[in-house]
Write a protein that binds this ligand. Structure first.
Ligand code: UDP
Length: 364
């Protein structure tokens, strides 16, 4: 009899499995896919660590979490500085003096602030949605060229139907600083993320290619308690209806050039280009290989059978989640965690934090 059955070998499950094992618990991890690491899975192609489920840049201000991940693997000093392409114009992200000087041909922070101040006058009162939030942060010009098309492709909704908090992820700065994140610590595991999860799961029994929901009767019997990191609505057979997710489709190509776009991430912000961004993986790790691997990223509405990536935390879905959560709270000997289990647009550091906090309560 296992103490814990962990469903899902992504960061939440792997951290829990690691900590529980450290405390002497007997743990079995089951994973639906044929590999561990969930959506942070990386795979070596042409000597390059390819982020198979989209770009993952680890960033955190939580020193404990930074020290935690660094105790398993070494991180490089990659700093995310994406470039946005709107038709034939290139802009630096996040929105900073490089962006503003290119957009308006200005030179000083004062000039940039004056323009934005003037443009944001059209929004009065507290921003009610992403469009209003964006305009009140950076004005209409930047909204139209760098935000509207990208966001509508990513979420397939009008910007007036998307919650404002999503754009608050992006900093706005009046310095010439292209660092996308505000966090104190940032980097990517030198040998890819898969190794991080391998290290977490070292010495723990992991069964890949096992779908918990398909075999729940028999698997349930194997352990005293289940830690479930899959989609919460799937666990309940969608009995209250489906939660909405965004899914992503990637087109991967190996190209016979050493440098395709000169940057790890280039966002295509116009509506007419069907993909949202192109990732050139080698630049996450300063690769000097002769070839390069790129991924075009297409955002789609999730439907049954697709991989869910992003929960859509709008009012309607959050409410449905709360109903599922109430059901979950009534279930015995099972806990729900992670981006899908908690239906929350979590970054990696937050998932690990959430898992470690749960460990503190659970593993006394
Ligand atoms: N965003 C944007 N233009 C960009 C990049 C981001 O408008 O070029 C906005 C958009 O609303 C998006 C949000 O910022 O939904 C978060 O984007 P990000 O790429 O950081 O999300 P990720 O997929 O990396 O979690």
């Amino acid at each position: 009899m296992y103490d814990y059955l962990v469903v899902g070998a992504g960061p939440y499950g792997a951290v829990f499995a690691h900590e529980a094992t450290k405390k002497g618990k007997k743990v079995l991890v089951v994973e639906k896919r044929d590999h561990i690491a969930g959506n942070i899975y990386t795979e070596r192609v042409e000597g390059i660590n390819v982020h198979k489920y989209g770009a993952h840049i680890f960033h955190t201000s939580d020193k404990e979490i930074w020290d935690y991940v660094n105790s398993f693997v070494e991180f490089n000093n990659y700093i995310n500085a994406p470039v946005a392409r709107y038709k034939d114009e290139l802009y630096n992200l996040p929105f900073n003096m490089n962006t503003f000087s290119k957009m308006w041909n200005i030179k000083t922070p004062k000039e940039a602030k004056d323009i934005i101040e003037k443009q944001k006058q059209e929004i009065t009162g507290e921003p009610q949605n992403l469009e209003e939030q964006a305009i009140s942060l950076v004005g209409r010009d930047i909204y139209e060229k760098l935000i509207k098309g990208y966001t509508e492709k990513q979420w397939e909704r009008d910007c007036t139907q998307i919650p404002a908090f999503i754009i608050k992820r992006l900093p706005v700065r009046f310095t010439f600083d292209n660092n996308y994140f505000r966090d104190r610590y940032q980097g990517i595991p030198v040998n890819g993320y898969t190794e991080l999860v391998e290290k977490l799961l070292e010495g723990i029994e992991v069964r890949t290619g096992v779908d918990f929901l398909e075999n729940r009767e028999e698997l349930r019997k194997l352990a005293k308690k289940v830690i479930y990191t899959g989609p919460i609505d799937a666990y309940f057979n969608y009995e209250l209806g489906e939660l909405a997710y965004r899914s992503i489709h990637f087109e991967n190509e190996i190209l016979d050039t050493d440098n395709f776009q000169g940057n790890a991430v280039v966002n295509y912000t116009e509506r007419e280009v069907p993909y949202t961004r192109i990732i050139e993986h080698k630049h996450f790790e300063f690769g000097e290989q002769e070839k390069t691997v790129i991924s075009k990223e297409y955002s789609r509405e999730w439907k049954l059978g697709d991989e869910p990536y992003y929960p859509i935390n709008d009012a309607k879905n959050n409410e449905l989640y709360q109903q599922y959560k109430a059901l979950a709270d009534k279930e015995e000997n099972i806990e729900f965690g992670g981006r899908l289990g908690e239906y929350k647009y979590y970054d990696m550091d937050k998932v690990i934090r959430s898992s470690l906090d749960f460990c503190k309560k659970e593993l006394k």
